[in-house]
Design a protein around this ligand. Structure first.
Ligand code: PNS
Length: 173
């Protein structure tokens, strides 16, 4: 009988909305683990543009082709969610040095709270190293082109949602 553990990773975030940078990271991590749970934060202090359900639906659609990816959502402490789901890894992406300090703080706090869960950082693809959900929303709201930066169905939803808002009122994320 095999004693090998199922290796479950959690990739947490706001995903408001998912970008091709997130999808690049998911594609790199999924082959390395048995299951990758993409976890949408529900109780974000910032005002998200999309509801948790909408964000999850966009993620599900964009990751449908990756067999071992599951989309879920969480409230409260990330490490408690990870423990409930039996995860041993937290995945975070690093785009540039500017991400490092915030990510280090979170990783060390999470390690203090749950020493048995390791945070793993992966480098974003070079093509996406400048990309963030916040910038995508800003560019769309101002009428710019974001094709190639988000999946087409996400671009359509963004245009639908932000067309109704005055330019420059895109929420952060
Ligand atoms: O995509 P984001 O907004 O950078 O993701 C941030 C996220 C969701 C990873 C972070 O805010 C988080 O883990 N929130 C849950 C609350 C928590 O566990 N806080 C203590 C750990 S620092």
């Amino acid at each position: 009988m095999s004693t090998q553990r199922v290796r479950i990773a959690v990739y947490p975030g706001s995903f408001d909305p998912v970008t091709n940078g997130h999808l690049d990271l998911i594609g790199r991590c999924a082959p390395l683990v048995d299951r990758l749970i993409v976890a949408v934060l529900r109780n974000a202090g910032k005002q998200p543009l999309f509801s948790p359900e909408e964000r999850m639906e966009m993620l599900r659609e964009a990751t449908r082709h990756v067999a071992n990816v599951e989309v879920d959502s969480f409230d409260g402490l990330l490490v408690e969610f990870a423990r409930r789901r039996g995860a041993c890894l937290l995945l975070r992406g690093i785009r540039a040095i500017s991400d490092y300090e915030y990510e280090l703080q979170m990783a060390l706090m999470n390690r203090r709270l749950a020493p048995e869960i390791e945070t793993v950082f992966m480098m974003a693809g070079e093509a996406y190293s400048f990309l963030s959900s916040r910038l995508v929303k800003e560019v769309i709201a101002l009428g710019g082109d974001v094709s190639g930066l988000v999946p087409p169905q996400v671009e359509a939803k963004l245009k639908q949602r932000l067309a109704a808002k005055p330019a420059g009122r895109a929420s952060a994320g």
